[in-house]
Design a protein around this ligand. Structure first.
Ligand code: UDP
Length: 239
């Protein structure tokens, strides 16, 4: 028999860049397929999966605001970028035979379902992958904050933050060869050591909700499932 997994429902945060593959911009089809297959492998372990997708591969509000474009207007454009990403992911899941529903915190009913907690919970309980666009649905926030918010309200056991490296290090491992990875660390210690895990608003929300966070690398195929099985190196942030 398979050992019981510690998590029943997880939320995976994917940055927009994770969908670019080696391209400088936009959506790389092969990468989208590989990530969808990774999520499906996690579903096959018996875990319910929600995914919050960023939009930085297409558009970031903070980079374009100014010169007559207000920050809220620019952020609306950023949120629309995340909708493009979930449309691509939803199509990929569907073509792989995995039921999935894209939902957006910014209402766009002729394109994707409008996010409600009730519908999100319903989809998850029916083993549909829930693909969440629009972040929090408000300007001045990030999709990391959207991920912490949705993970808390959808009663996810953990927020799995996909990054370029396999966890939280004492320093940037790409710059400092002596940096070491934490296997486990508390929310308080992340703040005390000023480690960059997510932006401050996102991290504060996770801490307030006592939401555990796993930081892991999305580069290896199958990484989501191997993290869930306890086989991949990662960092667990927990109270
Ligand atoms: N955004 C927003 N509110 C949110 C989430 C995102 O206004 O709750 C906008 C913001 O302009 C942001 C863009 O959407 O720059 C893309 O999101 P993010 O930068 O978090 O994407 P990622 O870095 O994860 O790819």
């Amino acid at each position: 028999a398979m050992a019981a997994l510690p998590y029943k429902r997880v939320l995976v945060k994917l940055s927009g860049e994770a969908l670019m593959g080696t391209e400088p911009f936009g959506i790389d089809r092969a990468t989208v397929r590989r990530i969808a297959e990774d999520v499906i492998a996690a579903v096959k372990l018996g875990v319910e999966v929600a995914v919050v997708v960023g939009g930085g591969n297409i558009f970031r509000g903070s980079q374009i605001a100014g010169m007559g474009l207000s920050r809220p207007a620019a952020d609306s454009m950023g949120m629309l970028a995340t909708v493009m990403n979930v449309i691509a992911l939803e199509a990929q899941f569907t073509s792989l035979g995995q039921p999935a529903r894209a939902m957006s915190g910014v209402a766009m009913p002729s394109v994707v379902e409008t996010y409600t907690r009730q519908q999100g919970m319903e989809h998850l309980s029916k083993d549909r992958v829930v693909l969440l666009a629009g972040g929090t649905g408000n300007p001045f926030f990030t999709t990391d904050t959207g991920a912490a918010l949705r993970a808390a309200e959808l009663e996810c056991d953990v927020l799995m933050k996909a990054t370029q490296v396999d966890g939280i290090y004492t320093a940037d491992p790409k710059k400092d060869p002596t940096a070491t990875r934490f296997d486990r660390i508390s929310h308080d210690e992340v703040i005390r050591r000023d480690l960059k895990v997510m932006d401050t608003a996102a991290f504060a929300l996770a801490r307030e909700a006592s939401l555990p966070i796993i930081v892991f690398s999305i580069h290896q195929a199958g990484s989501i499932a191997s993290v869930l099985r306890g086989e991949a190196s990662c960092t667990l942030v927990t109270a």
